[in-house]
Ligand binder design. Structure first.
Ligand code: SF4
Length: 310
């Protein structure tokens, strides 16, 4: 077994830490984690009171670690690389959200969890890609301000036509590198394969999909399906999980460009370093993730409303 992997697992036991990893992180980081999932699954695991560990190492991007810190205030949350941000989350600003809210009194502000804690704090409710359609449908408001992903927002609008959805112009640069023409070419090479697509994709990708869902929903679909081959229109890290869980099936990426550079900042080496340095303020301080209580209280409310409705 790899020396670094052994070091990580040994340190993890000594420090009584839970390792959570998003499905877009590198394969060796996923393999070292106690739980690998999408945003909703990771949020639920962070909030799970039955988890005995009092420290969470969150291998993902910063807003995800913030969400874990919001949901598990009694635990300490760490991130292997605090510079692992999300460009889409950074596309939404509090002042502009407040301006939009004032311009549309009575509208519900529905915010994708891929957002900063500060933006969540001025939102009525959060959603993930797994539950966005279901939650928007359940809300009493007819007019919805959807932040920050215009692709997911447009997908929700198509599924819930009785609502008026005001779209924020944000997008995921990684998913937007997946072009419709790339997908057409991969499909021509593998005509039997079903196309599974994440709703963060462009419309011309989603139009070709056999199934649209969150990463967790794509995993469930691929495992349950009788089909043997799948084309995955999402971040390529997901293919490792799908291949591990379904060794008898084939999974093809659309393009090698579909790699999130921020998720790749979670290396096994940095995971070892965070475990090593978490108790040394000089080395580990920047690795712990906390949210100011003024922001944490309303942000937590928006996430908890989501967990109750989903
Ligand atoms: S894949 Fe897209 S939405 Fe996810 S962290 Fe990377 S940039 Fe953000």
């Amino acid at each position: 077994m790899d020396e670094l992997f052994v070091r990580v697992k040994k340190l993890q036991q000594e420090k009584n830490a839970l390792i959570l990893a998003h499905v877009y992180t590198p394969p060796e980081v996923q393999d070292a984690a106690d739980y690998v999932g999408d945003s909703l699954g990771l949020s639920r695991r962070s909030a799970d009171a039955s988890v005995p560990q009092d420290r969470i190492i969150f291998c993902g991007v910063y807003f995800m670690a913030e969400t874990a810190a919001l949901l598990a205030p009694q635990k300490k949350v760490y991130i292997p690389d605090p510079k692992a941000g999300c460009p889409m989350a950074d596309m939404a600003e509090v002042a502009e959200v407040l301006r939009l809210k004032a311009a549309h009194p009575g509208a519900a502000v529905v915010t994708y969890v891929n957002s900063t804690a500060a933006v969540k704090a001025v939102s009525d409710i959060c959603v993930t890609s797994a539950n966005a359609v279901c939650i928007v449908r359940k809300l009493p408001q007819r007019r919805i301000i959807f932040i920050p992903d215009r692709s997911l927002g447009a997908y929700v609008a198509a599924q819930v036509p009785d609502k008026e959805i005001i779209l924020w112009p944000g997008f995921c640069p990684t998913h937007h590198r997946i072009l419709g023409e790339f997908l057409t070419r991969v499909k021509a090479a593998h005509p039997q394969a079903l196309i599974l697509a994440h709703p963060e994709n462009n419309k011309n990708v989603l139009e070709q999909a056999d199934f649209i869902g969150s990463t967790g929903q794509m995993q469930e679909y691929a495992s349950a399906s009788a089909a043997r081959e799948f084309i995955i229109a999402s971040e390529n890290g997901l293919l490792h999980r799908l291949r591990t869980d379904n060794p008898d099936k084939k999974f093809y990426p659309v393009t090698p460009l579909a790699v999130c550079p921020n998720m790749q900042k979670n290396t096994l080496e940095k995971l070892g370093n965070v475990l090593e340095n978490m108790e040394r303020p000089a080395d580990g301080a920047g690795l712990s993730v906390t949210v100011d209580e003024k922001i944490a209280v309303p942000a937590r409310r928006a996430i908890q409303r989501m967990l109750e409705l989903s």
